[in-house]
Design a protein around this ligand. Structure first.
Ligand SMILES: NC(=O)c1ccc[n+]([C@@H]2O[C@H](COP(=O)([O-])OP(=O)(O)OC[C@H]3O[C@@H](n4cnc5c(N)ncnc54)[C@H](O)[C@@H]3O)[C@@H](O)[C@H]2O)c1
Length: 270
């Protein structure tokens, strides 16, 4: 069901790779709620071609940008301004990648070249996206930026590897930039800390199946899926949440505040 929550709003969605992607679901929901969007992803992701299906469905242009490149982001914003005839009201940052995770290198043996690359893509990119947006006055007053994160930023989840550090910095950038963008332009910036979700990035984490089942058992409401995440993100882009900023918001069925559940105790007693 749609509520026209984003009627008249314009936005940029980073990170839709395929139908499983959280950003894919957010794009569909934004479109259904009346927003106009621009889709962007890395040149490598664009070559896979799946994004074109989403672009057709949402009547959205696709503009490639590697988030580690200032030039690419400047070009993305310039073309988006041309397309909309002005700035945007919301941005979704739904990007993550760790070479150490991909290559199965444990945290205590991390290769720092890989660490730097993952940090640049997964964390520093939020700063880059915001810094260039501020410089080009890309986000309209009372605009909203959401970046996706995971609770391994606060607690240890061994196989999440260096992505835990990346997410800790990502959340810190959202808070700190939230101060400056808030005072200068009334733009709000939040992170949404999502349940484990079956996507390309998610499934890359070692032991993901056991992990997602554990989270399901440890969450009073069960794991939140990507569609539910999209619903939540839409509310954060809407005018109903104008005074929420610099927060890390858990969207995890209660996992983050649960010590233990009956289901887990039962399992341990077996
Ligand atoms: N899946 C989960 O369990 C889960 C849980 C919590 C948070 N998250 C976060 O959600 C976000 C989206 O991930 P997802 O699970 O939808 O997986 P996904 O693999 O569909 O999305 C990750 C995206 O990052 C993009 N990307 C990688 N390198 C890039 C670059 N250099 N420039 C531009 N884009 C680049 C990929 O192309 C891809 O679209 C990530 O921040 C992830 O950490 C995921």
């Amino acid at each position: 069901m749609a509520y026209n929550l984003l009627k008249g709003k314009k936005g940029i969605i980073f990170g839709a790779l395929n139908e499983q992607s959280i950003a894919w679901k957010v794009a569909q929901r934004c479109h259904a709620e009346g927003a106009e969007i621009v889709l962007t992803n890395s040149p490598l992701a664009l070559r896979m071609g799946e994004l074109n299906n989403l672009a057709k469905e949402c009547d959205a242009p696709v503009i490639g940008a590697d988030v580690t490149s200032n030039d690419d982001i400047e070009n993305l914003y310039a073309k988006t301004k041309e397309h909309f005839g002005g700035g945007v009201d919301f941005i979704l940052h739904s990007i993550g990648m760790s070479v150490n995770v991909r290559k199965n290198i444990p945290y205590y043996q991390n290769n720092y070249e890989f660490t730097h690359k993952g940090f640049d893509i997964s964390a520093l990119s939020l700063h880059r996206v915001l810094q260039i947006a501020l410089k080009q006055d890309m986000i309209n007053e009372w605009g909203s930026v959401v970046a996706l994160t995971y609770i391994a930023a606060q607690r240890v989840f061994p196989d999440y590897n260096d992505m835990a550090d990346n997410k800790a910095v990502l959340e810190s950038i959202a808070r700190n930039f939230g101060y400056y963008y808030g005072t200068q332009k009334k733009v709000r910036i939040n992170t949404v800390s999502q349940s484990p979700t079956r996507t390309t990035a998610g499934s890359g984490v070692k032991g993901f199946d056991g992990f997602i089942n554990y989270a399901e058992k440890m969450s009073p409401l069960g794991n939140a899926n990507a569609d539910q995440c999209a619903d939540y993100v839409v509310t954060l882009f809407s005018d109903l949440t104008k005074m929420v900023t610099m927060q890390n918001l858990f969207h995890d069925g209660g996992f983050s505040f649960t010590g233990v559940t009956g289901a887990v105790i039962e399992q341990m007693e077996k």
